[in-house]
Every structure is written in C-alpha cells, then in structure tokens.
Design a protein around this ligand. Structure first.
Ligand code: GDP
Length: 182
C-alpha cells in the first residue's frame, strides 16, 4: 500500500505516566491530548493510552502516552507497561507530601522494569493549588538533581507548563533516539 505524505511520522515515542493514585496522571493526559479537565476523580481501568501527533522543529512526532491505575491486580502487566518506553513521567502532587516521598518507590520500580535509556521527568502537578502546597519547587528540583531527572511543575487544571513538559521531553528524545524507519 502506498504511504501518503500525511501518514509520514519521523519520530514515534512511547511515554508512560506513573505516580500515586490521585496525583493527576489521567488529568494530565486528558488535558494534554483532548484539552479537557474535570474536577472529579477519573478512574483508569488497568492501562490505557492516548496518541498525540504534532510538528516539532520541522519533524512529525507521534507520542503514544500510557496511563495506568497501578492497582496490585495489574502488577502482572507492569513489565509490558514499561517495555520500550522512551520517556517516563514520575508525577507527584505538590499538595501531598506522601506522593512526593513515594517517588522513591516509583524509581525502584522503574529501575527494575524500564530500559536504561528511558528519559525520566519528575513532574510536580497541581501547582495551581498554591495555598495547599506541601512540597516546594526547591525540594522538587533537589530530588530531580540527585538522579539527573528533568523537573517541572504543572497544572492539569490551568494547563500551566503542560505544553512545555511534553515539548521539552520530546526535544530531548529526538536528540537521543533514532527516527523511525518509515
Ligand atoms: P490519577 O489517579 O493520578 O490519574 O489522578 P486524576 O487525574 O484522577 O486526578 C485526581 C484528582 O485531582 C481529580 O479530582 C482531579 O480533578 C484533580 N486534579 C488533577 N490534576 C489537577 C491539577 O493540576 N490541579 C487541581 N486543582 N486538581 C487536579
């Protein structure tokens, strides 16, 4: 079958989003891909992914972004979830210090299942909730620095830094991974 110009993809990246329940993983994904936000808790059934395609520096990029509920009963698919991931978003909630402390557990899981080349980004979500903040920008930066992660604070509600998060990561991945061969 002939491949039409509009089908052409230069880069295809698999991204996975991890972090404690309630930090806003599904909200970040829905806001970024579909531009919708809801104040209610969105339940993820097992694992789900969404696609966004866009132009970056003259190249066509397709992001396949995976979200997971992370319940124990899905543990058997955890290795599939991380397999071949190019980028990993480790999300905590800036108003929930426990979700920040638990990033250490997520790092252990990533260490076990994800490839060495996968780029990690530490994401402090819900930065719109300033009065309820429990984790400072500096604490986020310091943790990211210890493991050479990128760090950014976002809001799935106001869209703050949402485009920056995905475009900074995409640029980094384009510099570190080969284009796709079709
Ligand atoms: P997940 O379990 O990590 O996928 O979290 P959800 O996406 O289901 O979000 C949990 C709750 O946090 C929901 O009530 C969302 O509306 C809320 N939420 C998510 N992101 C933000 C944000 O950036 N700001 C605010 N104020 N609320 C958020």
């Amino acid at each position: 079958m002939p491949r039409y110009e509009e089908d052409r993809i230069d880069y295809l990246f698999k991204l996975v989003i991890v972090g404690d329940s309630g930090v806003g993983k599904t909200s970040l994904l829905l806001k970024y891909v579909d531009d919708v936000f809801t104040d209610t808790f969105i339940s993820t059934i097992g694992v789900d992914f969404k696609i966004r395609t866009f132009d970056m520096d003259g190249k066509k990029v397709k992001l396949q972004i995976w979200d997971t509920a992370g319940q124990d009963r899905f543990k058997n698919i955890v290795s599939t979830f991380y397999r071949n991931a190019h980028g990993i978003l480790l999300v905590y909630d800036v108003t929930d210090v426990t979700s920040f402390q638990n990033i250490q557990q997520w790092l252990k899981e990533i260490d076990k299942y994800a490839g060495q080349k996968a780029k990690q980004v530490l994401v402090g979500n819900k930065c719109d909730l300033a009065p309820r903040r429990q984790v400072s920008l500096e604490e986020g930066r310091a943790l990211a620095a210890t493991t050479s992660m990128m760090h950014i604070e976002t809001s799935a509600k106001t869209s703050a830094n949402l485009e920056a998060l995905f475009s900074d990561l995409t640029r980094d991945l384009m510099a570190n991974f080969e284009p796709v061969n079709y």
